[in-house]
Write a protein that binds this ligand. Structure first.
Ligand SMILES: Nc1nc2c(c(=O)[nH]1)N(C=O)[C@@H](CNc1ccc(C(=O)N[C@@H](CCC(=O)O)C(=O)O)cc1)CN2
Ligand SMILES: Nc1ncnc2c1ncn2[C@@H]1O[C@H](COP(=O)(O)OP(=O)(O)OP(=O)(O)O)[C@@H](O)[C@H]1O
Length: 202
């Protein structure tokens, strides 16, 4: 969709223009808000992206997870079918650059997770832009939308609940409305440096 591509370029340019020191401060504040949310919900595990380019930096959240004994789950993307595999990681040394140059779990070091047996209790998703109704603009690989369908199928099979789907971004990433297509999933909340926004979507 051409309209989406233009929105992606504009959103990426806006995020790239945010000063590095600001991005660092905002990332830390957003990670603290995410920590509060996880503590409040007493989650034992969460899935999170490892940041690349100018994305909101999740390293503080990941390190807090390790220190607090939570199961920290990171995806690895498979460009052939645009799917993602999950791994529990315990240390930065279990990551190596994968597709797109993103740091991803090294399958020889990290522990592979079978989502039919074990599901992350919360999922933090990256984005180029978000809107207040939970619309999310990604890089266009459809990785998270496809993965969400798989997770929903496993949850339905196991009779379990689908985990909260939470966007992480800077206040500067809000847009009026992300163009949404049928397959695009909404996030149930967005966390920024200002705190958590519930979107009303499930
Ligand atoms: N940290 C992180 N990990 C992630 C994602 C993410 O957004 N952030 N993804 C979320 O899905 C997946 C990777 N998706 C990606 C999809 C495309 C490009 C990319 O480089 N695209 C080109 C443009 C291609 C085009 O427009 O045709 C580019 O941006 O230059 C990068 C990552 C899985 N892992
Ligand atoms: N659940 C799905 N099943 C099959 N194909 C899908 C699914 N979701 C998205 N796609 C396809 O993937 C491509 C990219 O989708 P979209 O523009 O929604 O990506 P995105 O959400 O921006 O990216 P990402 O999730 O990787 O950050 C589209 O061609 C779309 O048709």
């Amino acid at each position: 969709m051409e309209r989406k591509k233009q929105r992606r370029n504009a959103a990426a340019a806006r995020r790239d223009s945010l000063p590095e020191q600001q991005r660092k401060t905002w990332s830390e504040a957003a990670c603290e808000a995410a920590v509060s949310w996880l503590e409040h919900h007493r989650t034992a595990s969460f899935m999170v992206y490892v940041s690349f380019r100018t994305e909101l930096d999740t390293s503080l959240l990941i390190e807090w997870g390790w220190q607090s004994g939570l199961n920290v789950i990171v995806p690895r993307c498979i460009p052939q079918d645009r799917s993602m595999e999950l791994f529990a990681i315990r240390d930065w040394r279990e990551l190596k650059p994968g597709a797109y140059g993103i740091l991803e779990p090294d399958p020889t070091k990290a522990i592979r997770l079978d989502i039919d047996k074990e599901m992350p209790e919360a999922v933090f998703v990256p984005g180029l832009a978000f809107d207040r109704s939970g619309g999310r603009l990604g890089y266009g690989g459809g990785y998270y939308d496809r993965f969400r369908d798989r997770l929903a199928a496993s949850a339905a099979n196991a009779g379990g609940a689908f985990p909260p789907w939470i966007g992480l971004g800077y206040e500067a990433q809000w847009v009026e409305a992300v163009p949404m297509e049928i397959h695009d999933a909404r996030v149930s909340a967005v966390i920024t440096e200002q705190g958590i926004y519930n979107t009303g979507a499930v």
